[in-house]
Design a protein around this ligand. Sequence first.
Ligand code: SF4
Ligand code: SF4
Length: 346
Amino acid sequence: MKFSDILADPRIAERWQKVRKWFFLRESTYDMTHRCNIRCNGCYYYEGDKQFARENRDPAAWRELMRAEKKRGITFVVLAGAEPSLVPELCEVCYQEIPLGAIATNGLAVIPRSVGYRVHVSVWGTDETSLGVRKAKHMLVRQIENYGGDPRAVFVYTFTRENIGEAHAVAATLRAADCRLTFNMFSAPVGYRDGLRHTRESLRECRRTMLALLERHPGHVLFSPYSAVAHTHPLGLHALFGCSYPRMNAAADVGLGRTFRQYRTDLTWDRGASCCVPDTDCADCRHYAAGSAVVTARMFRHATDPAAFSAWLDYVDTYLAVWVTGYEKGANLSAAPVAPPGFGLE
Ligand code: SF4
Ligand code: SF4
């Protein structure tokens, strides 16, 4: 089928025009600090040696880095770490230089409103579960106090093997506070042996739960049926779509492989370790941040028929709504899950 035939459907054509305006986004990620105010089981930041990098806390050095990043074509920054809210002055400098981006935070401190990035607040279950896994009390209550009503905020519910059923209660709480949420999948760090790693059965259960929540809270859940398929398939993102980050493609010098860097707190970067979730086990990678680049990059594979392309457009529309301040998600074009090109549904 020709691409022009797929675009003959006006809903598909309209969505294509909407998302393609954002194809200029070129992402890199930055560890802002090696400190965190909590310590979670399964945190990939505290795996590997990036956690031992010296901290550069000089705003002038960060400004210089951002200006250099802009010059080499970076238009979107992801500030992560450990916990970026502990260095608000550095986040501010980044925002002044590159105004599109997102911050990954545990939500226990307020990032000043003057930093206009998307703010991703990580949620790992009910407060009881978070106390066990993240060793922090009243997390959701405090996160809603800090970010309820904040138009920058998207709450990111990470499904582990142990918190799947709780997602219903958490989503209801977030909806009652008029907060938007999306979904992430726990993706085990290299060498991880504890009980949060997914199994075939837990992946199936996650997919069922995501689809049910999408149906129940359509105005608050930023997700699509195809996002659910892509992130809960027994094959991880790399096996399904081919990861294009430099860490996975040592030699590739095109697209993401050419521009993406993952900076450590000392402002150095290492091509061999560069991806959005370094020290994650690639075979288990279903992380939402990884999918935002890996699935989005595979447009041509999905441009084969209206069903596959609609599913891909839903994925990209979801990704933009989750990551870009002010981008509003449209209604999903696909009502039901669609299999990734070349694979079954699971
Ligand atoms: S809040 Fe984030 S950075 Fe801090 S320990 Fe937990 S997962 Fe790691
Ligand atoms: S962890 Fe995920 S995003 Fe990173 S290189 Fe591996 S497959 Fe790619």
